[in-house]
Design a protein around this ligand. Structure first.
Ligand code: FES
Ligand SMILES: [Fe+2]
Length: 322
């Protein structure tokens, strides 16, 4: 069972084979959506999860289907930091343990819901698709979140798998051909177990790209001292449907005057507009292509390494049990 084979359908998942998802950090919501007392349901990996904040304010992500009869817990409510199922009022704590069944004194051991490892960063709530995270949360190279001003948004739902747009980060030919960006080859490219990183140095310009897992690409750019960062991440709702989030930002210069603050906002507008243009140019190709690893040429060597990395990436097989 593979996510990529020689025979892939147009949306990038294996034809005639059971669909698989990769382990990794997936953004599920904007932090701003998850107010105190909010209970949100999200489709995720062909199933459903519920999101809320525990009494300390930490984001919690849990399997949404009640172990009693399968009601969707996101249509229940949040009482004292516990999720209460709408159907028969079983309640679950932030570890997923059932802590109350109104009709019973003793709670059956099977009455639990799966709790995903979760975290918050870059204005997003993330869940890891495994019992324990295999690697750290995605980040923007050379930029700390606290040192940036940034905007986070949900860009929409696309009809291809998340690893496909991430391949663009290693497809230097498409940058030249599709986007018209003059770029040189990386000085260095490191393919690690759970990430791929590269740097490009040109006169007055630096680029530092990072693929984390198979669904997130982030890029640091320094153009004559003007430092910006972007991050794109996709979350599979089900095969062939991916929810896309993006972050665009720049180094915070802590403007004091109204005028300088407005100038910073205009710079953010410009990065956001540039990023939106690139996404649109990509989307036109990605929604219509029939992906297959066909005839590759020498210039595709970095892309080929990425495709091998994706093929070998650990899968989230535990999902079926949740
Ligand atoms: S289905 Fe949830 S308590 Fe019965
Ligand atoms: Fe692109």
């Amino acid at each position: 069972m593979t996510i990529i084979s020689a025979n892939l359908n147009r949306r990038g998942h294996a034809r005639g084979e059971e669909h698989v998802y990769h382990q990794g950090w997936y953004p599920l919501a904007m932090s701003s959506e998850l107010g105190v007392g909010a209970l949100i349901g999200r489709d995720f990996l062909g199933g459903r999860v519920v999101l809320y904040r525990d009494p300390s304010g930490n984001a919690v992500v849990q399997s949404a289907y009640c172990p009693h009869l399968g009601a969707d817990l996101s249509v229940g409510d949040l009482c004292d930091g516990q999720v209460r199922c709408a159907f028969h009022h079983w309640s679950f704590d932030a570890t997923g343990t059932c802590v109350r069944i109104p009709t019973e004194g003793k709670i059956p051991p099977g009455a639990r819901i799966f709790t995903y490892p979760s975290a918050e960063a870059w204005g997003l709530v993330w869940a890891f698709t495994g019992e324990k995270p295999l690697f750290e949360l995605p980040y923007i190279p050379r930029m700390k979140e606290a040192d940036m001003v940034y905007r986070t948004q949900m860009n929409g739902i696309v009809s291809y798998e998340p690893w496909l747009p991430v391949s663009n980060g290693l497809d230097f030919q498409h940058l030249r051909a599709l986007h018209g960006i003059a770029i040189t080859e990386p000085d260095r490219i490191d393919v690690k177990e759970y990430s791929i990183e590269y740097t490009i140095t040109e006169q007055h310009k630096k680029r530092h790209g990072l693929v984390t897992g198979t669904n997130t690409f982030s890029l640091y750019r320094d153009d004559s001292g003007h430092e910006t960062g972007t991050l794109f991440s996709g979350t599979p709702l089900r095969p062939g449907e991916t929810m896309v989030f993006s972050v665009v930002g720049l180094r915070n210069t802590h403007p004091r005057s109204e005028e300088d603050r407005a100038a910073l906002e205009r710079k953010l507008d410009a990065i956001a507009a540039y990023t939106a243009r690139l996404l649109e140019e990509d989307d036109r190709v990605l929604t219509t292509m029939r992906f297959r690893q066909g005839v590759l040429v020498a210039a595709d060597k970095h892309l080929a390494r990425y495709l091998k990395y994706v093929r070998e990436f650990p899968r989230a097989s535990f999902i079926e049990a949740c």
